[in-house]
Design a protein around this ligand. Structure first.
Ligand code: NAG
Ligand code: NAG
Length: 541
């Protein structure tokens, strides 16, 4: 019954002489069981906690609830905003929201995020889109063919990802004339046959935030696709565009760097990068500071100024469009015939980021290439919870082992921190949203994750470990022992915190937030050193 993901002990790596080949094999060997583990974990936990719905269990593992009170809030967090002269809030500092200070009781447990439908743990059911048909339609349109006759709508709404109930948001793709009236929150779709997934009013409504999370979706502006038999039944165009429209929301958990990526930027990359800039983005729940914060990425994806869907008055017309964004698991994206038909990978996303921010390094330094080259290590320092108490001792050890160490808090201007990360060969951090910055590492660099006490395997693996592998980074994980956590000062050793950490998870988010997320760690240098050597070793390819 035990799942590999939950029972994996923290074992020191093999002797340093045991080089790449076997180790790589070992790494690969561990991935598969872990993937299986996701399913097994589910079964295991269901048995343990029959009162917690399957989906909710995974919902509580989201870094979301580590993060913030931002839910459904469109104003920038006060901590990062200063008023500018023109009254538009200017985004400043601090990419990361510190989980801890927001772990207030009232928000600790979201109001019943009941994924009732998803929780049926149905298999992925989805109508296969006729991708080829769609392409044909687009081509016909481009050729000036009978556009009206080719009108087509395909919606992806009922897909379920068992381990990640929020991973399949609703998306509709429209081929044919689309007239967008932001004032009416409506996309009029010229659709002579009326075919499509419309209700009795010929409408289809979607809240286009790329995370299917019933807790936050009520705060997302609902947009209607209205099927009309002819263009004359739609409002007149104030402006015609030659490129398709993509409408999405920046509501929800944005401003947490993890979620900025998982819920918006990666989905947008999946949905729009193939247009090579020839696409018009329309954003609802528009946050000016957010658009400013990610301007380099938005500019890379679209050659046109973003339209604020909440404010725009004029009717804009397009030769096609999309409502909502495709999305996969957090920092993990896999091939999929309709949601990711171009087989984008996280490596593609990394490359996109490097181009957008002008980050110079695609690969890390290879040791031994130049004599005297010291590998650069960036240690992300956390100041709230999950602090590395002996950070300076660890840093000194790293220096002694040959690393050129920089210690920095994540945050600040995205580009500045991205440059800092990109210049590193090794990124070392205690589990937390700051690890999302691994997306800026050069391909082949090493990520070292220190995982605090409390059976955090699922989170450690799914939020950062597996993504690192998918980004073709080398990955080293270190699970602290009960000797290395400050929890030992709070709880006796015979407490369930040590004897049965799964009992913490059984309490749901409050337990995780109060116990697991709030510990600090002090790593045992003797025990940790081999892992640093492993990181060094990995750079010697
Ligand atoms: C994506 O991968 C599938 C199989 O994994 C393959 O059949 C398809 O041709 C690929 N698509 C592209 C655009 O490379
Ligand atoms: C540190 O780890 C080493 C090796 O595992 C162990 O022998 C030693 O007792 C540990 N030190 C402390 C203080 O726990």
């Amino acid at each position: 019954m035990a799942s590999t993901a939950y029972t994996r002990p923290s074992k020191p790596p093999g002797p340093v002489g045991d080089r790449r080949q076997p180790r790589l094999a070992k790494e690969l060997g561990r991935i598969e069981p872990k993937k299986l583990g996701i399913g097994l974990v589910a079964g295991c936990c269901l048995a343990l906690l029959t009162y917690i719905s399957f989906a909710r269990l995974f919902a509580i593992y989201s870094p979301v609830f580590e993060s913030s009170s931002l839910v459904v809030k469109n104003a920038p967090p006060a901590s990062i905003t200063v008023p500018s002269t023109d009254g538009v809030p200017v985004q400043e500092e601090k990419i990361l929201v510190d989980e801890e200070k927001e772990i207030a009781k009232e928000e600790a447990e979201p109001k019943e995020p009941s994924f009732s439908e998803e929780a049926k743990i149905a298999k992925e059911e989805e109508e296969p889109l006729q991708e080829s048909e769609k392409e044909v339609a687009v081509l016909a349109k481009l050729d000036g063919g009978a556009a009206a006759a080719e009108a087509k709508i395909t919606c992806d709404e009922n897909a379920v990802d068992e381990g990640f109930p929020y991973a399949r948001p609703s998306v509709c793709e429209l081929t044919g004339e689309v007239r967008i009236s932001p004032k009416e929150k409506t996309m009029f779709f010229v659709n002579p046959t009326g075919a499509g997934p419309f209700d009795e009013n010929a409408e289809k409504k979607i809240r286009p935030y790329a995370r299917k999370d019933t807790f936050l979706l009520p705060g997302v502006v609902e947009v209607t696709i209205k099927s009309v038999p002819s263009a004359s039944a739609a409002p007149e165009c104030a402006r015609r565009h030659e490129v398709p429209a993509v409408v999405f929301s920046t509501a929800g958990y944005t401003d947490n760097f993890f979620h900025d990526n998982t819920d918006v930027m990666i989905p947008l990359f999946l949905s729009a990068s193939h247009f090579a800039g020839e696409v018009q983005l329309l954003i609802t729940n528009y946050k000016p500071w957010w658009v400013k914060k990610y301007a380099p990425l938005l500019k890379k994806l679209s050659n046109y100024e973003v339209i604020n869907f909440d404010k725009e008055e004029a009717v804009h017309c397009f030769p096609g469009g999309q409502l909502g964004l495709y999305r996969d698991r957090d920092l993990i994206i896999g091939p999929h015939p309709t949601r990711n038909p171009r087989n984008y990978t996280m490596v593609d996303y990394n490359r996109f980021l490097r181009r957008a921010y002008g980050l110079p390094r695609d690969v890390p330094a290879v040791l031994g290439e130049k004599t005297g080259t010291r590998p650069k290590m960036l240690m992300i320092e956390r100041k709230g919870t999950r602090k590395l108490l002996n950070l300076h001792v660890v840093a000194a050890l790293c220096e002694q082992l040959g690393f050129d160490v920089t210690v920095s808090e994540a945050g600040g201007e995205v580009r500045d921190f991205a440059e800092k990360v990109n210049s590193a060969d090794v990124l070392l951090a205690v589990h937390g949203a700051g690890m999302t910055n691994q997306i800026f590492l050069p391909t082949g660099a090493v990520l070292v994750q220190i995982v605090p006490w409390g059976k955090m395997d699922w989170m450690a693996t799914n939020f950062y470990g597996q993504p690192a592998r998918d980004m073709q980074l080398r990955y080293v994980e270190y699970y602290v022992s009960e000797e290395e956590t400050t929890l030992k000062h709070k709880y006796p050793r015979d407490h369930y915190v040590f004897k049965d950490p799964m009992a913490i998870h059984a309490q749901g988010w409050p337990g995780i937030a109060e116990i697991i997320m709030k510990q600090d760690v002090e790593v045992n240098i003797t025990r940790f050193k081999p892992f640093l050597l492993q990181a060094l070793d990995q750079l010697q390819d």
